[in-house]
Design a binder for this molecule. Structure first.
Ligand SMILES: Cc1cc2nc3c(=O)[nH]c(=O)nc-3n(C[C@H](O)[C@H](O)[C@H](O)COP(=O)(O)O)c2cc1C
Length: 191
């Protein structure tokens, strides 16, 4: 494993205060290996994508998002699933982040990303995760293939304070982060 600290940008695709996906991201911050730092980016201030607005210049929250992605060695996304897909809040942020001025490299291009998600339903967001992977083909964002962390029956896996208490799920999250720590520096080498 590369012993240099990996700076990871964590993004939860939900704006709810009591969001399972925010809690899952918080669990990842708690469970991250010593060589990884995870900073969370809140999508609440990102406006709806509008090409006319973009032409006048990226709004400040979008600049902040792009800057945070640019600075990060890897991304960690915790996505909810809405109607078998990626919630608009998250897709909208990816749409903004995918854009770059002519001649500039888009910040998502060549960036390693690990994906996870939590849902009270039995599918654990796996369909939304697959949709995210599809979008990342176009943006040339390299998604870690495995392990898949799809937390089903999320309401049974966190306590009232939002702490991830389910031991097998904690182990899955740890495995994902260890794999990301090992893999991301190698992706950056080829990107
Ligand atoms: C509009 C909408 C659509 C949803 N569709 C799905 C779905 O397709 N699959 C699923 O497992 N849960 C679905 N849910 C339930 C969400 O998984 C649940 O609200 C979850 O708590 C959202 O994530 P969060 O806790 O991070 O906000 C849906 C919820 C909403 C509001």
């Amino acid at each position: 494993m590369n012993e240099e600290t990996l700076r990871v940008l964590g993004i939860a695709g939900s704006l709810r205060v009591g969001s399972y996906n925010r809690w899952l991201l918080r669990a990842a911050q708690e469970l991250a290996p010593a060589t990884m730092q995870i900073h969370a980016f809140d999508l609440a201030a990102i406006p709806l994508y509008n090409g006319d607005v973009e032409e006048r210049g990226d709004p400040e929250p979008v600049l902040a998002l792009k800057g945070a992605i640019r600075e990060a060695g890897a991304l960690l996304i915790a996505t909810p699933e809405y109607n078998y897909g990626v919630p608009g809040v998250l897709k909208n942020a990816i749409d903004w982040a995918s854009r770059a001025a002519r001649g500039e490299r888009p910040v998502l291009s060549g960036k390693p990303v690990a994906i996870m998600g939590a849902s009270p339903g039995p599918g654990g967001t796996i369909r939304a995760q697959l949709q995210l992977r599809q979008a990342f083909v176009f943006t040339q964002t390299y998604a870690l293939a495995a392990p898949e962390v799809a937390v089903s029956r999320a309401h049974e896996k966190f306590d009232a304070t939002g702490r991830l208490t389910d031991e097998p799920t904690r182990e899955y999250v740890k495995k994902l982060l260890l794999r990301l720590a090992d893999w991301a520096p190698r992706v950056r080498g080829i990107a």
